[in-house]
Design a protein. Structure first.
Length: 421
């Protein structure tokens, strides 16, 4: 077969294939669903100006739209009536919205308009890894746009099972839909980590809220704050139960073996100081974190788990000097950004206890959330005592947990400590 004939056949083949490609192009998808994508605005009723914006889309019914919890959180956290929720269409139409329900764990909210807004988009399962996806929204209040990217799979190594999306989402696109090539919603835009990587909430979680609302005729939940509290408490208990069932990696630190990484949940990093020739004391420092959180307000996130271990070896340092240095590093503070408007003051209890047959001085501190009754922050510090030239520090910091679950996790972790004579 001649080269000219091969080129002719290739040209004919491309001519047949191109209509299918065009049908699924981003421009075709955008034009088909544009009327179902909206901007959601939180309006300060004293000034009439926007205080927060995001994107949303029509789903299940013509008067129902979905967005992110964090987009409307200012309205939720200020129930005195100072704020209102509005929508803005691509054609410039505006109107009021009513908040129906939220899923704070997956950053979702469902709202209702008093008039039909457009054709509801359909929810579908996540396509295979590598499939093309199309994210829509209103980036930086500059008008609606579409971002094309790739499904890089569900993040099994994180707590929230979000979808990793190769497109770059911009501020204002939060709450918008991400579609497959059949124009079905497979995810909800939620965040970006920069470098062309973003995260999507699987649309399956939204489907759960919608099905529950459908059973009530899409009546608004009576007490959104209580719903959020129940979600947070249930999640905190389930989270700890899951951690207790998992296998923790036990690693040597000084003369102890201690629990460190938990596959898919907690990662640990070495932060030891670089040894210097003239240092009399050596220290080994490991920090562990679940690297996830639940957004509640601009300066308030919960659901974090952090713990750290420090082993100190004084070598030939005299005990009195070692004790002073040991005491100076025995400091622990909560990583939470909660303020006095959010939580009570810490209440602490200190006592001596045996861990793996060794005596520790342990302090357990607790403070409670004012608006989420039953949730607490837990801060624990334990210091090895009775050794003249060796020391061990263990610090645990949990935010937005139930006190009972926090103490159960602490007991599990301390039970895994092993002393190596």
């Amino acid at each position: 077969m001649s080269l000219r004939l091969l080129l002719l056949l290739a040209t004919l083949w491309l001519g047949v294939a191109s209509p299918s490609w065009a049908e699924n192009s981003s421009s075709s998808i955008y034009s088909d669903v544009e009327a179902s994508v909206y901007q959601v605005r939180v309006i300060n009723q004293q000034t009439g100006k926007k205080t927060a914006i995001g994107s949303a889309f029509v789903v299940m019914r013509p008067d129902i739209i979905a967005t992110n919890y964090h987009v409307v959180s200012t309205y939720i956290n200020n129930p005195e009536g100072d704020f209102a929720l509005d929508y803005l269409s691509t054609s410039g139409n505006t109107g009021r919205l009513e908040l129906l329900a939220v899923d704070v764990l997956h950053d979702l909210a469902v709202l209702k308009a008093d008039t039909p807004l457009g054709k509801p988009l359909q929810i579908a399962k996540i396509p295979p890894k590598g499939a093309r996806l199309y994210s829509l929204g209103n980036p930086m209040d500059k008008g609606f746009s579409i971002v094309e990217g790739t499904n890089n799979g569900v993040m099994k190594s994180s707590d929230d099972n979000n979808i990793l999306f190769s497109g770059s989402l911009n501020s204002g696109m939060s709450g918008g839909p991400t579609l497959d090539e059949n124009k079905n919603v497979v995810g909800v835009n939620v965040a970006t980590s920069g470098n062309g990587l973003s995260y999507l909430v699987p649309a399956d979680y939204l489907a759960i809220i919608l099905e529950r609302l459908k059973l009530t005729g899409f009546q608004a939940d009576e007490d959104i704050g209580q719903r959020i509290t129940e979600q947070l408490k249930s999640n905190a208990d389930k989270y700890v139960q899951n951690l207790q069932k998992r296998e923790w990696t036990l690693q040597q630190l000084g003369r102890f073996k201690v629990p460190m990484d938990v596959t898919g949940v907690v990662r640990c990093w070495d932060n030891s100081d670089k040894p210097m020739p003239d240092n009399l004391m050596r220290s080994y420092f490991t920090q562990c974190s679940n690297e996830s959180s639940i957004y509640l307000d601009d300066e308030l996130e919960v659901g974090t788990l952090d713990y750290e271990y420090v082993w100190l070896d004084a070598g030939e340092m005299i005990p009195a000097r070692f004790y002073r240095q040991y005491e100076s590093v025995n400091v622990s503070v909560s990583a939470s950004g909660a303020g006095k408007q959010d939580v009570t003051n810490f209440e602490c209890f200190t006592d001596f206890t045996l861990i793996a047959g060794q005596e520790f001085k342990m302090t357990v501190c607790r403070r409670d959330y004012l608006n989420y009754i039953g949730l607490s922050d837990l801060l624990v510090t334990a210091a090895l005592v009775g050794h003249k030239r060796q020391g061990m520090l263990f610090n645990l910091d949990m935010t937005g947990t139930t006190f009972e679950s926090g103490m159960a996790l602490l007991q599990r972790m301390l039970g895994d400590f092993k002393w190596q004579p």
